[in-house]
Design a protein around this ligand. Structure first.
Ligand code: DLL
Length: 430
């Protein structure tokens, strides 16, 4: 099933040709309308006409997170005020937000890509989508909302939180598909368990589109088991429309990245040099269709690699592997490089572990991993808990090379947030 079969199965040569035309057009437009880029081109002695092949993309400057903040609020916008239709922002971790503008064409194009994703994942206009992402400045809910409407689904704009209400909506309107973050999906799974609701018997759920935060295969399995759904990984970022950049098809072996809209590169996060296909590095994206705010070679900081070979689904757009972390969320603990995702992978593979955890760094270089237990393993038997604690610490040490302190806590006691989960609290005095 395809939303736009011609474009989704376009042969490599035609796709390359289309990308080059769109890249050249984008470069000409930013050179004319965005002083930030025209000044960069001038300083590098680069003329827009010098981009003659896709490989020439390497001659273009990178755009970073800091560039977006420095040009806040509208320094990177390429259209006059009357063509600006929608504003989203992205908060990131520190400082000023990033402002992202959409023209009418951008809003339509973003919805078009979402419609492709939803059909690719096996949903149709007969499905009922409960959109549990945050509505507002965050792209997550609205971009999905418009795309699902374009496909013709009934969309329930539930927003996040208020699990009682979410459950009622699911029961009363027979929701078949969910859109949420992995952390809220796990939280909601806990809620259903406490309520003794068996989703397979009492609800009509069949698919969940999960993204906006990194998560592991182990977490995917936990969500699938607890909610009785198939989970599809959904990747995107505000700078490139929000959700709908890359999404899993029904083969679920990596996420197809819509290459007619985005030019993808994988670079060495330290040097910025392109890496050979298949190697793991930082994803760099150039928008090829964005009108209001085109962005060249955006350093996403997301670490991934390209899945080799063709996909059984027949789509030609290349796939990226699950994001394994961000080049800037790496922690250095007693000299070892540690990615929070490594810790999640270990924890979520253990049945005794519940659905939430928190990594706390304190003092000089002390790492404590607070781990919620599952209801079944929270039995108050001291021997059992002590054994479990040391088992988890050993498994973590085998994965991350340092042995953290492990603190076991009761199910449902660690804080949860409505937006993106905060997995690390760093209060070290280094
Ligand atoms: O999170 C857009 C989005 C909304 C994607 C809903 C999917 C679903 P931002 O707030 O700008 O936009 O955050 C983008 O979130 O660079 C990644 O680090 C992370 N991220 C998004 N999706 C995934 C995913 C939205 N599936 C940043 N796996 C990105 C891992 C993800 N990380």
């Amino acid at each position: 099933m395809f939303w736009d079969e011609t474009i989704e199965t376009l042969g490599r040569d035609s796709l390359d040709k289309l990308q080059l035309e769109r890249l050249q057009k984008t470069v000409r437009r930013v050179a004319r309308h965005v002083p930030f880029y025209s000044q960069k081109f001038a300083a590098m002695g680069l003329k827009p006409g010098a981009i003659r092949s896709l490989a020439d993309v390497r001659r273009l400057p990178f755009t970073t997170n800091a560039d977006l903040r420095d040009n806040y609020p509208d320094g990177l916008v390429a259209v006059p005020p009357q063509k600006r239709l929608r504003l989203h922002t992205s908060s990131g971790t520190t400082g000023k937000p990033k402002a992202l503008f959409f023209s009418r064409q951008d809003v339509n194009q973003a919805a078009e890509l979402i419609a492709r994703c939803l059909v690719m994942a096996g949903t149709t206009s007969a499905d009922i989508l409960q959109n549990m992402m945050t509505y507002g400045l965050f792209t997550g809910a609205l971009v999905m909302h418009y795309g699902a409407e374009k496909l013709g689904m009934l969309v329930i704009p539930a927003g996040p939180g208020n699990s009682e209400k979410q459950l009622l909506l699911m029961q009363d309107f027979r929701t078949t598909a969910l859109h949420t973050t992995p952390s809220y999906a796990l939280y909601f799974a806990d809620f259903l368990e406490k309520k003794e609701v068996d989703p397979r018997k009492e609800l009509a759920l069949r698919k969940a589109f999960i993204g906006a935060e990194p998560y592991t295969e182990e977490t995917r399995r936990k969500i699938e088991l607890a909610l009785g759904v198939e989970v599809y990984n959904s990747y995107g970022l505000s700078e490139m429309n929000g959700p709908g950049v890359a999404f899993e098809c029904m083969a679920r072996q990596g996420m197809h990245l819509w290459e007619d809209n985005f030019l993808l590169e994988i670079v060495d996060p330290q040097t910025g040099e392109p890496l050979p296909e298949g190697q793991t590095g930082e994803l760099v994206l150039t928008s090829l269709c964005r009108e209001a705010m085109p962005i060249l070679r955006y350093r996403t900081r997301d670490i991934t690699s390209i899945v080799p070979g063709p996909c059984p689904c027949g789509r030609t757009h290349r796939r990226i592997h699950r994001i394994t972390g961000r080049s800037d969320d790496m922690l250095i603990v007693r000299g070892a490089n540690v990615y929070p995702q490594q810790i999640e992978r270990v924890l979520m593979s253990l049945p005794a572990v519940g659905r939430n955890y928190l990594i706390c760094l304190e003092g000089l270089d002390e790492m404590t991993v607070k781990v919620e237990l599952s209801d079944a393993s929270f039995d108050g038997q001291v021997d059992h808990l002590v054994h479990l604690q040391s088992q988890i610490a050993d498994k973590l040490r085998a994965e991350i090379m340092v042995k953290p302190k492990v603190e076991l806590v009761a199910p449902g006691t660690l804080p949860i947030s409505e937006g993106k989960a905060k997995r690390v609290v760093d209060k070290r005095v280094l």
